[in-house]
Design a protein around this ligand. Structure first.
Ligand SMILES: Nc1ncnc2c1ncn2[C@@H]1O[C@H](COP(=O)(O)OP(=O)(O)OP(=O)(O)O)[C@@H](O)[C@H]1O
Ligand SMILES: [Mg+2]
Length: 226
């Protein structure tokens, strides 16, 4: 299964979600996972280097790819149960290529005006890719949401704006929490650093929610969990 964690706005949390999803699948679900880093800054590849030098962490495979990567992704998809692609707008070709091959796309977005503005183009991009890749299940994921109750209207307003577009919005949202920054240092995920914390609970709910349907529909993955 190919899963894109992508989008056009910098800093929305793509790499964090891709890394946590990879550990959720590799560690919690004991699946074979490849992380694909399309960012020339190599944030995820650097995190993997730290991780794979940490004896307390299960190593995860990672490759860095750029540009027209559709065929490479399809090749990796036959070798791994999950291929997770971390891709931003600095490599639009890789973003399009991945959307043309992916089963699932998680599109993180902060509940902020500048992030919401990217929805116009993102919606067009997803709709055009769905013409060639009808299996694509895309979800907008609200991230770094303020956790103060008096700020909840910001999240609701952002959801309202996003609902004007075609891409469905994931019910589970991720709040702004320090553990994301703290866990990166040692190549660990939030799920491993603070497994019982609120951030870990939110991530697990999100992953279960967006992956359950696809797992149920995929014969190989159904067998794996049987
Ligand atoms: N839910 C969260 N709460 C608090 N901080 C977060 C959260 N998600 C991400 N961050 C922090 O935001 C910063 C950017 O996150 P990340 O690198 O995952 O974003 P990105 O979308 O991959 O950025 P880029 O566009 O540069 O690739 C990091 O410092 C990360 O620790
Ligand atoms: Mg990134």
């Amino acid at each position: 299964m190919i899963i894109l964690v992508g989008g056009e706005k910098g800093g929305s949390g793509k790499s964090c979600i891709a890394q946590n999803l990879a550990t959720y699948l590799a560690v919690d679900k004991v699946a074979s996972v490849l992380l694909v880093d399309c960012d020339i800054q190599g944030t995820t590849a650097d995190w993997i280097k730290l991780r794979n030098n940490n004896f307390n962490a299960l190593p995860i495979d990672c490759v860095q790819l750029n540009g027209k990567i559709r065929n490479q992704l399809l090749g990796y998809n036959s070798q791994y149960q999950y291929v997770i692609v971390d891709c931003g707008a600095q490599d639009l070709l890789a973003l399009r290529s991945t959307l043309s091959a992916a089963d699932v796309a998680l599109l993180p977005m902060r509940p902020k005006r500048r992030d919401l503005k990217t929805l116009v183009h993102l919606d067009e991009l997803v709709n055009s890719c769905k013409m060639v890749n009808q299996q694509l299940a895309a979800h907008i994921v609200f991230t770094q949401c303020p956790s103060q109750p008096n700020q909840q209207t910001r999240v609701n307003d952002a959801k309202q704006t996003a609902s004007l577009f075609d891409i469905p919005i994931a019910d589970a949202v991720l709040h702004e929490r320090h553990i994301y920054d703290d866990s990166e240092e040692s190549g660990l995920s939030v799920l491993e650093s603070e497994p019982k914390g609120k951030a870990a609970d939110e991530l697990r709910s999100l992953f279960a929610l967006v992956l359950n349907n696809e797992m149920e529909n995929s014969p190989e993955i159904r067998m794996q969990y049987a």
